[in-house]
Design a protein around this ligand. Structure first.
Ligand SMILES: [Zn+2]
Length: 204
């Protein structure tokens, strides 16, 4: 698999996009939140055994947060509140801080550029700990299939707005079906390999 694009974070760690070229049917993103490291392990493990995969991957979007097991990036911004959605708003400087301005963060801009350049038809992001298959946009059917594999319920994001979230940005505003898979954090990550890799295969 090729490293197609990369970017250094403010602390000099690398964020990278991997793929084999060709049409981008599906982009999979791990570690939006540094205290949810499962995605990186599951993606890297998949790449070892599926180097010819047609999927595109960002194994770890928030390496600075992950280095200190924190939700936010190095500047204290929740990347999942920093996207330039219509409902973005300046928020309290807690662990959900959306940044000084929309798309202020390097990590956010990196993802936005990839959506422009590669135009994925579907996006899967890996989070924890809620054990749910959440979706924004036209992704119910595929979410039901994912639900059957991993045994978490499906939930459409139609409740309270999450200003600046990636699901709102990509799924609702850019109309790219976007699935947020919330993994069980009490489950050892090695036990998530089988169901999550089946899900990746399904999206191939
Ligand atoms: Zn998360």
């Amino acid at each position: 698999m090729e490293k197609l694009k990369f970017q250094k974070t403010v602390q000099g760690r690398e964020i990278a996009l991997y793929g084999n070229g060709g049409k981008c049917k599906c982009l999979i993103i791990g570690v939006f939140h540094g205290d949810e490291p499962q995605g990186k392990f599951l993606i890297e493990k998949y790449l070892e055994s599926n180097p010819e995969s047609s999927l595109y991957f960002i194994p770890c979007l928030n390496p600075d947060g992950m280095a200190v097991k924190k939700r936010t990036n190095a500047l204290g911004v929740d990347l999942n509140r920093n996207f330039p959605t219509d409902n973005w708003e300046y928020s309290a400087k807690d662990e959900f801080f959306g940044g000084e301005s929309p798309a202020s963060e390097i990590e956010t801009k990196f993802v936005m550029e990839i959506l422009e350049e590669y135009k994925p038809k579907l996006i899967l992001t890996l989070h924890a700990p809620f054990k749910v298959v959440n979706f924004d946009g036209n992704a119910r059917e595929i979410s039901e299939k994912i639900s059957k594999i991993i045994n978490y319920p499906v939930e459409e994001n139609i409740g309270y707005p999450t200003p600046g979230s990636f699901g709102t940005y990509a799924g609702i505003e850019k109309k790219i079906p976007t699935i947020t898979l919330e993994l069980d954090e009490t489950c050892p990550v090695v036990d998530l390999v089988s169901p999550v890799h089946k899900i990746f295969d399904l999206l191939t």
